[in-house]
Design a protein around this ligand. Structure first.
Ligand code: HEC
Length: 152
């Protein structure tokens, strides 16, 4: 049971894009977009469970939280000065107001770090525990996107 759970978690992480999220360092735009795609996938899984569209399991809950946390701690490293131009959804405000962007990143990683702690070794025990851990993470998407991401 325990081994099966672990395998499922790793498989899911790969499916969420973590394994494929590292590109050459000279392509920061694609890298950060891949990281955000993994956030989108984790949000889809987490949101699906929160809405009851996907059956909750602690392993899946933990995988969604771990994917969010991996993204939160790495995302900020892929905004070198030269990467404000090109095929990117990032707004110039990221570079014009670097402190403000850093504050949004800090909120994001604080929420994911807390959720990691709350999920423990085996993942949040039930859906209520998962919602309590994931809710604050979802709260950070909008406030960052509003100011720092182009509207599509
Ligand atoms: C600290 C700021 C920040 C936070 C927090 C944040 N995002 Fe983003 N997100 C961005 C930026 C900036 C982009 C545009 C990146 C680019 O195109 O270079 C983006 C892009 C995306 C994309 C498009 C990725 C692609 O393939 O181009 C998705 C999906 C996404 N975010 C989902 C989310 C979700 C869901 C959350 C919350 C769980 C979230 N984001 C939290 C800043 C943030």
């Amino acid at each position: 049971m325990r081994v099966v759970g672990k395998v499922a978690a790793v498989a899911m992480m790969a499916g969420l894009g973590i394994a494929g999220s590292v590109h050459a360092a000279d392509d920061p735009i694609t890298t950060r977009q891949d990281i955000m795609s993994s956030v989108g996938a984790a949000a889809g899984l987490g949101g699906g469970m929160m809405k009851g569209q996907v059956e909750y399991s602690p392993v899946a809950g933990k995988a969604a939280i771990a994917a969010m946390n991996a993204a939160a701690v790495s995302f900020g490293s892929f905004f070198p000065a030269s990467s404000d131009q090109g095929d990117t959804g990032a707004l110039p405000a990221i570079w014009d107001n670097a402190d403000g962007f850093a504050a949004e990143l800090a909120k994001f990683s604080a929420a994911t770090g807390k959720a990691m702690e709350a999920s423990g070794k085996d993942g949040p025990a039930d859906l209520d525990a998962f919602k309590a851990a994931m809710g604050p993470i979802f709260g950070t998407c909008k406030s960052c996107h509003e100011t720092y991401r182009k509207k599509n």
